[in-house]
Design a binder for this molecule. Structure first.
Ligand SMILES: Nc1ncnc2c1ncn2[C@@H]1O[C@H](COP(=O)(O)OP(=O)(O)OP(=O)(O)O)[C@@H](O)[C@H]1O
Ligand SMILES: [Mg+2]
Length: 378
């Protein structure tokens, strides 16, 4: 499925700005972005409920823009389920087949097959108001899939569910996707959801697609400050390049980000000098943004023994520890009162555990390979 140069305005408000995407057959693809960034608008254009001002949408190479929604073989699962309240689960799922005048026995077999797929066999006779939120959502999924669409469009389908059930349904959705193998386009503003199920995702903001990639690519090499901040938690600083040297021994190739060939020294006003490796060359004097993920920073009470030049080391004071069982998040105040977020996993019996406390004096360290230059400004 290809979306090419799609723009859409409502009055003088630009909801989508020259959006292009190529979604592979059978892919679980997510559109991720904050509220109002244009996700639903893009989904509605793909489904045929909305027409773009400019651009093209093709399925398997053929233009679908002239086709009405019911001829596009793209079915949508909405956030609010949109079930028929007076019909049973069975009849809700059977609805589109009844219209097509398919034989009774065929309908029965098909409906049962899809109720089985979404694990609702025992609920066929119930009305929607006798179902839980998760069950309603499964009916909506079965109802969309029974048409055997080429693409299943899911617009924040789990947002009405509580956190535990959302996790559970997400896994089920992933399993359904594996079983039937059609393309899923999944809209969400929840970065954890998007990272955990997608083959690839597009990060959107204010009508623009900022980056397309695998969850790993987007987490490890965000293309913009917005993506770095929006996906996961991070420490982000403006910096100036002081020195950039080609390394004799480039660091190990990373599947997504390539081989880091340059060792760069940055001046960060709030921190001082740090070392970071990069794939692309940068020039002294350039301003960049630098990020280091909280889980990549090692926090210790004792000064680390290593004195390697490529290890960045800071001394600081714990400003706020936030313990949550499997991990602790620390805000650590370092030079110039700059706060750095650090996440320490409590891994196993040899782990020191939550022994680092409020106001403790600590050392933070991370390797030059773990930092990342996000944007080069000039
Ligand atoms: N029919 C419409 N008329 C006017 N403005 C609209 C219309 N539909 C959407 N918009 C505007 O376009 C922008 C994008 O809306 P859209 O529904 O695509 O956002 P979204 O990314 O799905 O957000 P959310 O996560 O809140 O669902 C919003 O600012 C919205 O107000
Ligand atoms: Mg929306």
């Amino acid at each position: 499925m290809v979306v090419e140069g799609v723009s859409k305005s409502f009055g003088d408000f630009r909801a989508l700005n020259n959006v292009s995407l190529e979604i592979k057959k059978g892919e679980f693809f997510s559109l991720l972005g904050p509220s109002g960034c244009g996700k639903t608008t893009l989904l509605r254009i793909i489904a045929g409920f909305e027409h773009p001002d400019f651009g093209a949408v093709t399925f398997d190479g053929s233009d679908v823009l002239p086709l009405p929604p019911n001829q596009r073989q793209a079915n949508t699962v909405f956030q609010n389920y949109a079930l028929f309240p007076h019909l049973t689960v069975f009849e809700n799922v059977a609805f589109s087949m009844r219209i097509k005048r398919v034989s009774k026995s065929e309908i029965e077999a098909k409906v049962n097959e899809y109720l089985h797929l979404v694990q609702l066999e025992g609920h066929a006779h119930k009305k929607p108001n006798q179902l839980s939120g998760g069950q309603k959502q499964r009916v909506a999924i079965a109802r969309a899939l029974i048409n055997e669409p080429r693409v299943l469009l899911l617009d924040e389908p789990l947002s009405a569910l509580d956190a535990k059930l959302r996790q559970h349904m997400l896994i089920e959705l992933d399993q359904i996707h594996d079983k039937i193998g059609i393309t899923f386009i999944y809209v969400t503003h929840d970065q954890q959801e998007a990272l955990s199920v997608s083959d690839r995702l597009a990060v959107m903001n204010q009508g623009d697609v900022l980056q397309i990639g695998t969850p790993h690519e987007i987490y490890e090499s965000p293309a913009t400050d917005f993506a770095a901040r929006f996906i996961g938690e991070t420490n982000l600083f403006d910096a100036t390049v002081v020195k950039a040297e080609k390394m004799n021994q480039p660091s190990l190739p990373n599947m997504d980000t390539g081989v880091a060939e340059y060792m760069v020294e940055l001046e960060i006003p709030e921190l001082g000098r740090i070392q970071v490796t990069t794939v692309d060359e940068v020039q002294p004097g350039q301003t960049v943004s630098f990020t280091i993920r909280p889980e990549k920073i090692v926090i210790t009470k004792d000064r680390p023994a290593t004195k390697r030049a490529d290890i960045n080391l800071f001394q600081g004071t714990v400003d706020e520890p936030i313990y949550s069982g499997f991990q602790t998040k620390f805000y650590v105040k370092v030079v110039n009162k700059t706060l750095i977020r650090v996440i320490k996993q409590h891994a196993n019996y040899s782990d020191e555990g939550p022994d680092i406390l409020w106001k403790d004096s600590v050392y933070l360290s991370w390797s030059a390979n773990d930092g990342y230059i996000v944007e080069v400004r000039r």
